[in-house]
Design a protein around this ligand. Sequence first.
Ligand code: NAD
Ligand code: UDP
Length: 356
Amino acid sequence: ASDVYKRQVLKYFKTKKTVMKKVLVAGGAGFIGSHLCEKLINQGNHVTCLDNFFTGNKSKVEDLISNPNFELIDHDVIEPYSNTVDEIFNLACPASPIHYQVDPIKTIKTSVLGAMNMLGLAKNENAKILQASTSEVYGEPEIHPQHEEYWGNVNPIGKRSCYNEGKRCAESLFINYHTQHNLKIKIIRIFNTYGPKMDVDDGRVISNFVIQALKGQDITIYGDGKQTRSFQYVDDLVNGMIQMMNTPDEFTGPVNIGNPEEYTMLELVQFILELTNSKSKLIFYPLPEDDPKRRRPNIDLAREKFENWEPKIKLREGLIKTGIQQPYLYDRTSLQYIKILIYNYNNNIINSLQNL
Ligand code: NAD
Ligand code: UDP
């Protein structure tokens, strides 16, 4: 009977994952980080969110703040940090060109010193650590679609270099901590991502176009609008990030995570105008310096290494899920907030959108 009991106890611990992991999300109060924190909490982990609130804000994680397994800490990753931790996701870095170019030296410090501090923490704690790298490491790509073996075509002194060279240096740091100190590291290269909780003033293309369409303002197309991007819905990314963290220790990446459906900015505008029922006109501005002409991920590696992972949400469906049609209040800065204002406006409850 005692053998049967032992087997039962063993089975119980094997099937029921009772161990609560201590996970740290640097940049957790940002757009992607807030979705990741929510998913990790829902999976039963303890989550510490580190953020300096440069582009993120508390309202993005406000649903989690009362949860005893969630901790929000105001911390700048360019300063060292210590805590007990099993896993680290390093997302701390402004991601929108207008934000990362405001103070380019700070952006480099955040990428490079931030990565070193998080790697130092991982080393002290013997924790696994994942770096949120970017498709920007490919620069203006000469091969299309981009696979992980491609080394990229980056202008080291251009306006984007604070971001893409910072991220490239961070990848190098990660790999070298792995080879030199045997750290368990993971590198993912994220392609353009969108979804609920994007900031209205983020400055990236989807939030800009949606806000302009909703306000009836001219839609700002940079260049001729024929440049392409491949947009993934945030849930597909977050699933991929967690899958990557769970791959065997010997797999470090880098691995692309994105949706290979590719659209020109002119095609994107058409989706948004149709879904928001907007009559906004297009206005053309010069293409910013070093703005890549084409971008699309090859995701064969992610498909091979992750269990059952596939980008599931197509662009039109994802825009609807983002809430660009149904007005409801989420927080002060998300797209949903502007939607409720538009909704109220349409119902003559408020009479001006000028202050937005
Ligand atoms: P975001 O700007 O919404 O989030 C970044 C978060 O990092 C914010 O909460 C910000 O306050 C925080 N942060 C910035 N500097 C910091 C510092 N020095 N110390 C602590 N916190 C700091 O951007 P996002 O779209 O959520 O991007 C998250 C990560 O994913 C970034 O590292 C970005 O480079 C990467 N990424 C995003 C995309 C995308 O399409 N969204 C694409 C490629 C890579
Ligand atoms: N873009 C645009 N209008 C905008 C914002 C961006 O036409 O109001 C273009 C931008 O020039 C780029 C593409 O949309 O070609 C994606 O820009 P975003 O800043 O979202 O991301 P990234 O260039 O980093 O991929």
